[in-house]
Design a protein around this ligand. Sequence first.
Ligand code: ADP
Length: 648
Amino acid sequence: MLKSLLIANRGEIACRIIRTARRLGVRTVAVYSDADAKALHVREADEAVHIGPSPARESYLIGDRIIAAAKATGAQAIHPGYGFLSENAAFAQAVIDAGLIWVGPNPASITAMGLKDAAKKLMADAGVPVTPGYLGEDQGAERLKAEADAIGYPVLIKAVAGGGGKGMRRVDAPEAFADALLSCQREAASSFGNDQVLIEKYILSPRHIEVQVFGDSHGQVVHLFERDCSLQRRHQKVIEEAPAPGMDAATREAICGAAVRAAQAVDYVGAGTIEFIADASEGLRADRIWFMEMNTRLQVEHPVTEEITGVDLVEWQLRVASGEPLPKKQEELSINGWAMEARLYAEDPAKGFLPSTGKLESFTIPHAIRQTQWRDERGTAELSTDYDVRLRIETGVSQGDEISPWYDPMIAKLICHAETRQEALIGLSKMCWDSRIWPVKTNASFLGTLVVMPDFARGKIDTGFIERHMDDTAYEVEPPQWMLDQVAEYFAERLYPKASGPRGLRLNASPQGEVRFSDQIAQYSGRWDSRIGYDQRLYPLIQDDGDAIFVTLQGKTWRFVPARTLGTVGGAASDGAILSPMPGRIIAVSVAKGDNVAKGQKLVTLEAMKMEHSLVAPFDGVVAELDAAEGGQVSEGTLLALVERGED
Ligand code: ADP
């Protein structure tokens, strides 16, 4: 086994690799950019090397610096993770030429699978079914059109060098072909420097099925069954699961066998994934599943395979890279239960999934499910979890860390393993909905809602699922009154603890009352009644930081502050509270604490989204609080100043 390893990546995958390396006694070296100087992967590694400024093309994508970092720290091997340089054959070769171990396949395998047309030809020769279509050398417009006519519409034009969902055009009718071809070629030339295309039959109601394969340097290849990644948004995977719903044993054997042949055809060593597209209009059938492409690296969604097989794929990668044979034979591998993963992104579904950045002032994801029952607030589902599910979190951040705008906004992968699919999806939904994250916006509520949709629960999925159901997921959770009453009860408890006598006796000698509080955007009030007491539904979802409390409901988190701490007497508490309307940087503070200000007078200037925003006094008064410093970064909803009304 190798003794030291440099991880040429960041975020959750770097942390994931470090965890296994540490368990195996392998010394770890992290690399980091300016933005990641304090990142979790840097904190967790045994050593860390700075490799450049924040933009990835000036740090994580500079192979020479990474190799130099490995040399300088005496690391024996380099693990590329996924993304960045992981499928760069030239980098793999440079690592090997530098006398280091490349934790991945031979550069020749990466190259062979790099171009879509060459890969498809290779696969067809190896007896792997490929999507019907045209892969020819003749790129003349007329010939391409004739081939499309012969395949039958709709067809998909794909750039042979394409990737990341780019360089693809769906064509529904012969008249539209010529224009679509030109635009696809233009995009291919500018994005990939190669305008060659191939034509495929466009599969209606397609499912994305992929097979995990593993090869060693002794010529052995096994598969670790399939995953279904059909839930995609703009060709990006959102929910992944293993095994695939509706897959029967014969179909599984057919596609997993094809995947092993595909890997053998390129002498594959290490972890790889063969992606297939399935025409699922009549269920999954072996004769309607076709090879799409191979990913020559560890995949984002590898944990679901680990959960159902009990294999640590990173451990296998390190063993194979050290020259050891595969730890298990095909017949020793089997499927146990069901696993499902959701990609948690720092993005705001309510604003078209715009990335959200800032400091994670609150970040807690449940590790275990204690409750056995809960009800969807909209009343559409009542679900119970009276069984054991395993929750697993893969993340590269912890509470207090900063989500920077420089990299992929995925902040965590939430994984649930259970005996059955139904149990796994309920557990995953609960995990998403109970994740407490503030003030950074996430898709947690969206994810939790997706996986308990009736069609998803029935396995009626295809790659258009999310788009079709978008309206049902994109709802804003407004704090319901019962929750506000709970918050009021909570604050009342804090103000008048039980120890000092029956709560409420101090509040006008009544066992009930009203408490006002604010989430710094809006004001709320709740009624509490000590004769009723807590509703157990909410209790576990409250986190008290001594001043504010965080409350999470269905994946949305509020931070409530009791009105009195805002300091105003009479009138609404947030009347004069000047809050940052969006994350940004303070570029000017025009007043000092204690200043008299007139209505409309500029207090603080914020720069956000490349624009300046002036925050002004809402009425004549005094600056009672000022919590803004020039140059400071602020998140949305931060209290910057408090203006108290002047004497009338
Ligand atoms: P990229 O390399 O850009 O990711 P892929 O070939 O992997 O491109 O395809 C990306 C996605 O496009 C697939 O997951 C699938 O949703 C869709 N897709 C690809 N080929 C077809 C096809 N022939 N018919 C319908 N959808 C397709």
